[in-house]
Design a protein around this ligand. Structure first.
Ligand code: DMJ
Length: 649
């Protein structure tokens, strides 16, 4: 028997007409889309959702699966505890955060996120998606005295400074005692540097006990190298350690490889490498620093390719893919990370004559300005997808780790813009008001401190990282409303005093990672895990600013106490090392000479014992890694350009 094919009936023999089959398939595919779409609305904890929409990261080995507590736990780890203004991840050998991040889902997740995005923040924001023009094409390196207003002229920039960067005589103080102290700090720098050079040259940091180098994974396993070199350039230069500076410069010329294919913390690369190279260029005018920093800046741009333009925390410098820290719940970005790019990125635009960098950070600024803030405070976690605070952990606010340098960059953006950046100013002072209203506390013993906020409940703990705020509030005091200026200066002095107390109350005269004001104690660490000191700069940083602002001799005395303590407890045969417990004088060293010790701690000490004309605050702001960046005097630069043009004609 021959089967005759009937018109309109499928060959599959289901007995459906083509049109019926089409409708059926349409219905089926609609159903599948609906079910899959519904997954997005399930809470993150639902297993089904985790199976189908696995987020970027595999839970990091060391810190668990990324809850708020995990983030806090991470802060406590003595080896790789860094968080912006400390957030680094990975200063210690044992840190595995970067290693543990699975890269695979980045691309596919992007697609998922694009679909999810649609929140208000997204609609409101103009996302700068323009492709970066090749920076090197646009930035002419030749200084041809302003014939083209678009290109950066080093000579013009120098003419717009109010004072010579290195003062009359490298800031040498006339008082012999102070000069002797300053020489001591210079000797410490040389000692730290020489040992790094001898045992760890080209690596990121020195391990002074085992006398070898440490690469870590903050800049990627096969990522950037030589962090201590880049972080030291400006310190060596201002100290007049010229042989050492020349070695460092030569390494940048011959060995700084930016074509690495490793993943790195966007925040750390920015504050250390971009900041370090920018400062080195502005101080010396050496073209190599400028071309390197522009090359690096371009590599950071893909990190901003998110639905909101808020960058994620980790970027692969080779491929440009980016993803969030595994421990920052649900793919959130961290306030102190994406909020600590502004100064460097504005300077990248200055040098390259390419506005894209400024656009990227202004976009972040706009979003933060607009978004609703609980009690006027800025929570630490934000979704780069929706542009909203991460709802499960929206209530953690801190002036220490995770939040810190965001506030610092608001006031410094205002100062660096020659006081023209009105939004930054407004945001800074309103944030400060909210901080005062909600976080600033007075202990029974009369110490002023910054508590942390967790869902409206105060945690009476202050991190070493938060001690930078004495200096920050100090440098912002003068631009507050007239009736509050003295108040701000007093507040800055009180906080600096409290941080000094955290040092004097320990056996080593060095301060712990975090100190508390509950459980009977004041300004002391009550938990074993908070007792370490890793050569951090924040307390000394505040001494330096308060000295410049008040010239109260106590700040120099406090700085000298710190020098003596560092010498006694942190100096070992082959460099400086952090210690595990500031409350015992039988030191247990952590075997790490952090690069910020060279960049910040020793630089701030040196400036503390120098005259104010070394890197005068009228001309320079320090980025959060203590790299000096010049104030941009637009009107002067434009006048200079016009003059140059007239002369040329
Ligand atoms: C430095 O890398 C920077 O100061 C950063 O802002 C915070 N943490 C360290 C120093 O403690």
């Amino acid at each position: 028997m021959v089967f005759r094919k009937l018109p309109g009936v499928s060959a599959s023999g289901m007995g459906l007409r083509l049109s019926q089959k089409f409708v059926f398939l349409l219905f089926l595919s609609g159903l599948v889309t609906l079910c899959f779409g519904a997954l997005f609305f399930l809470p993150d904890s639902v297993r089904l959702k985790r199976i189908f929409l696995s987020k970027t990261e595999t839970p990091p080995v060391t810190v668990g699966s990324g809850s708020e507590n995990d983030a806090r736990e991470h802060l406590k780890r003595p080896k790789d505890q860094e968080h912006p203004r400390g957030m680094t991840s990975a200063k210690g050998e044992t840190s595995t955060k970067l290693k543990s991040l699975s890269r695979k889902p980045v691309v596919s997740r992007e697609a998922t996120e694009e679909r999810l995005a649609g929140g208000k923040a997204l609609e409101d924001l103009s996302l700068s998606r323009s492709r970066a023009e090749s920076v090197s094409e646009r930035a002419t390196v030749v200084d041809h005295h302003g014939a083209d207003t678009d290109t950066f002229s080093y000579a013009k920039f120098k003419r717009c400074l109010l004072k010579p960067p290195l003062g009359r005589d490298y800031g040498k103080p006339s008082d012999p005692n102070t000069n002797e102290r300053r020489e001591k700090v210079k000797e410490m720098m040389k000692f730290a540097w020489d040992n790094y050079k001898l045992y760890a040259w080209g690596k990121n940091e020195l391990r002074p006990l085992t006398r070898n180098g440490h690469l870590g994974n903050m800049f990627g396993e096969c990522g950037l190298k030589g962090a201590s070199i880049i972080d030291s350039l400006d310190t060596l230069y201002i100290m007049g350690l010229m042989d050492e500076y020349n070695d460092a410069k030569e390494w940048v010329q011959t060995s700084l490889d930016l074509n690495s294919n490793g993943e790195a913390s966007l925040f750390e690369v920015n504050i250390r490498y971009v900041g370090g190279l920018l400062s080195a260029y502005y101080l010396t005018g050496e073209e190599v620093f400028k071309s390197k920093v522009l090359e690096l800046g371009e590599k950071l741009l893909p990190a901003f390719n998110t639905p909101t333009g808020i960058p994620r925390g980790v970027i692969n410098l080779g491929s440009g893919t980016s993803w969030s820290w595994g421990w920052a719940s649900a793919g959130s970005s961290i306030l102190a990370e994406f909020g600590t790019l502004h100064l460097e990125f504005v300077h990248l635009s200055e040098l390259s004559a390419n506005p894209i960098y400024t656009e990227k950070v202004m976009n972040i600024r706009k979003l933060l300005n607009k978004i609703e803030k609980p009690h006027g405070l800025y929570p630490n976690f934000l979704s780069p997808v929706s542009g909203n605070w991460h709802y499960r952990i929206m209530d953690h606010v801190s002036i220490g780790g995770l939040g810190d340098s965001f506030y610092e960059y608001l006031i410094k953006s205002f100062l660096m813009s020659d006081k023209t950046d009105g939004d930054a100013k407004k945001m800074y002072y309103s944030a400060l008001e909210a901080i005062e209203a909600n976080l600033v506390q007075k202990s029974p013993g009369g110490l002023t401190y910054m508590a942390e906020w967790r869902g409206g409940i105060l945690d009476h703990k202050m991190g070493h990282l938060a001690c930078f705020s004495g200096g920050m509030i100090g440098i912002g005091a003068d631009d507050g409303v007239p009736e509050k200026r003295q108040h701000y200066l007093d507040l800055a002095a009180e906080i600096t005093h409290t941080c000094h107390e955290s040092y004097t109350r320990s056996a080593t005269k060095l301060g712990p990672e975090a100190f508390r004001f509950d459980g009977g104690g004041e300004a002391t660490a009550t938990r074993l895990s908070d007792r370490y000191y890793i050569l951090r700069p924040e307390v000394i940083e505040s001494y330096m600013y308060m000295w410049r602002l008040t010239h109260d001799p106590k700040y120099r005395e406090w700085g000298w106490e710190a020098v003596e303590a560092l010498e006694q407890h942190c100096r070992v045969e082959a460099g400086f090392s952090g210690i595990r417990d500031v409350y015992t004088t039988t030191a247990s060293h952590d075997n790490m000479q952090q690069s910020f010790f060279l960049s910040e701690t020793l630089k701030y000490l040196y400036l503390l014992f120098s005259d104010d004309d070394l890197l005068p605050l009228e001309d320079w702001v320090f980025n959060t890694e203590a790299h000096p960046l010049p104030i941009i005097r637009k009107s002067c630069l434009q006048d200079e350009a016009t003059q140059d043009k007239t002369v040329a004609e």
